[in-house]
Design a protein around this ligand. Sequence first.
Ligand code: COA
Length: 264
Amino acid sequence: MSLVIYEKKGRIANITLNRPEKLNALNPELVNELAKTWVDFRDDEEVWVGILTGAGRAFCAGVDIASDLEMFEAMGSIRPTRVGSLLKEAPAFRASPASYEVSKPIIVAINGYCLGGGLWLALECDIRIAVESAQFGIPEPRLGMPATFTALFQHYIPRGVAYEMLITTDRLSAQRAYEVGLVNRIVSPEQLLPAATEMAEKICQQSPLAIRAVKELLQRGRDMSRPDAMSLTDHVIHNLMGTEDIMEGFKAFVEKRPPTWKGR
Ligand code: COA
C-alpha cells in the first residue's frame, strides 16, 4: 500500500500521509514517496493548490525513531566525515516541499498529533487548519538531541513560546497553537477537509501566476534586507508583465466579469 495517497481533483491536489499504524512517522520510504509527490505537484501545470493531511489519528508524529536509530547504529565510526551533510539528509528537511522549490500554495489539514518533524513539515507549508484535538510539540530533546529545525523555529511563533516548547517539550493544544499564530483556523474533524477545500477553491479563484509570485516573494524575501527584497520584487513582477493572465485580470475588472485564468 502506498505510504502517500496523491489524488488530483480539478485544480486541487490532495496529499495524505498514509502510515496510520505508526502515526505517519516519517520513515525513509515515506519521505521518498513524499519527495516524488512534491516534484509531481510542482511540475503539473494542471494543479494549482495542495492540501496535505494525515490518515488516522495523527497528522505526523515526527521522524521515525526506529529508522533513525538504525541509521545512528550504522553510522557509528564514520560519523565525523558526515558533518555538513547531516541536515540536508535529515528526513524532516527531505520531506519538506521547500526542499523541492514548490512555489504553489499548500494548506495543511492537521487531524491530530503534529510533532517534531511533522510540525516542521506543517510549518514549511503555507496555511494550517487543525482539529480541536490536535497537539503540537517538539519532543526531540527527550530523545537526547535538539530537533534539526530548532534554530529556525523561533521565526514562526513568539520567541518565548518557542523556547518553552523546545526546552520543556510540553505540547501545545490546538487552541494555544491558534493563539500564538501557529495555526490559522480550528475546526471540527468533520469540517477539516471541507474547510481546507473551501480555502483551496478560494485560492484557485486568484491568478495562479500571481499566487506563485506571492509565495516566492514571501519565501525568498523572508531573510532579505529591504533593498534586496525590493529588487527581488522588481524581478518577480517584471517576469509577470506580458503574461496573458495579468492582462486578463485587469481586463476582467474593467469589463466587470470574473477572470478566466490560463496560468500563462
Ligand atoms: N517514530 C516511530 N514510531 C512511532 C513514532 C515515531 N516518531 N511515533 C509513534 N510511533 C509508533 C509507536 O511506536 C506505535 O507503534 P507500535 O504500535 O508498533 O508500538 C504507534 O506508532 C502508535 O504510537 P503509540 O505510542 O502507541 O500511541 P500513543 O497514543 O500512546 O502516543 C505519541 C502517541 C505521539 C504521544 C507517542 O507515539 C510518541 O511520543 N511518539 C514519538 C513522538 C516523537 O518523539 N517525535 C519526534 C521524533 S524525532
